[in-house]
Ligand binder design. Structure first.
Ligand code: PEP
Length: 255
């Protein structure tokens, strides 16, 4: 099953509007018209517009880092899917471990966001992954299953192709520690099995499953060589055009 690889940059709370525009200009110039890898940049909300304006004639896609699952109303500080669509976002990261940990987001709330994103033509990048304590306690697969099944509740079979899943072991995010390719592949294959049960085998075979957690040019090739690793969700290494582009090149070997 051929799945187009994705390299998505999660800029987190980095880059103001001008810095974001400058970074994405470099990325767009490096990528050119090469569409072998789907490239997505996810700036903070305040840089979405300036970044979006630089993407017009490129194949690079825009993603957001969050949304609030209501159309509009009295939700101070929140951003709707429609606002994101208005800025030409096509993806949205949901369930990131930092949101789970610092903003107490649970699977039920994340699930509302996933369904809301789909209903509003945004493709969710649903993040799942275990903490170090959970891994050490032998609970990795149980946690990933719970987060995945909880996050995908009520999603129709027909919408499965819109989904992107990111497996991000929490202990590997921003720490410089990476899961070994074998550790990552084991979880990715497990995720695909759950997706096959939740939807069907054909749909599961089409869903891209990204690895995230200190992926960088020096370790990307061996991770991306694994059968069920279809790309990367990249934090630190997405903040510089050079390392981000090197990751895109590494993913191209897979395409
Ligand atoms: C992330 O937060 O999604 C991530 C993978 O970060 P980093 O690449 O910095 O570990």
């Amino acid at each position: 099953m051929q799945r187009k690889p994705i390299i998505a940059g999660n800029w987190k709370m980095n880059k103001n509007a001008a810095e974001g525009a400058a970074l994405v200009e470099e990325i767009v110039a490096a990528v050119g018209q090469d569409h072998a890898v789907e490239v997505v940049v996810c700036p903070p909300f305040t840089a979405l517009e300036s970044v979006s304006s630089k993407l017009e004639s490129s194949g690079v896609k825009l993603g957001a880092q969050n949304l609030y699952p209501e159309a509009s109303g009295a939700y101070t500080g929140e951003i709707s899917a429609e606002m994101l669509r208005h800025l030409f976002a096509s993806y949205v990261i949901l369930g990131h471990s930092e949101r789970r940990a610092y903003f107490a987001e649970d699977d039920a709330f994340i699930n509302r966001k996933v369904r809301h994103a789909i209903a509003n033509q945004l493709r969710p990048i649903l993040c799942v992954g275990e903490t170090l304590e959970e891994r050490d306690g032998g609970k990795t697969l149980e946690v990933v299953r719970r987060q995945l099944e909880g996050g995908l509740e009520g999603v129709e079979n027909g919408d499965a192709p819109l989904l992107v899943i990111a497996y991000e072991p929490v202990w590997a995010i921003g720490t410089g520690k990476t899961a070994t390719p074998e550790m990552a592949q084991e979880v990715h294959a497990f995720i695909r099995q759950i997706l096959a049960k939740r939807f069907n085998k054909t749909a599961a075979g089409k869903i891209r499953i990204l690895y995230g957690g200190s992926m960088k040019p020096s370790n990307a090739a061996e991770l991306l060589a694994q059968a069920d690793i279809d790309g990367g969700l990249i934090g630190g290494a997405s903040l510089e055009a050079k390392s981000f582009f090197e990751l895109i090149q590494a993913a191209k070997q897979r395409s």
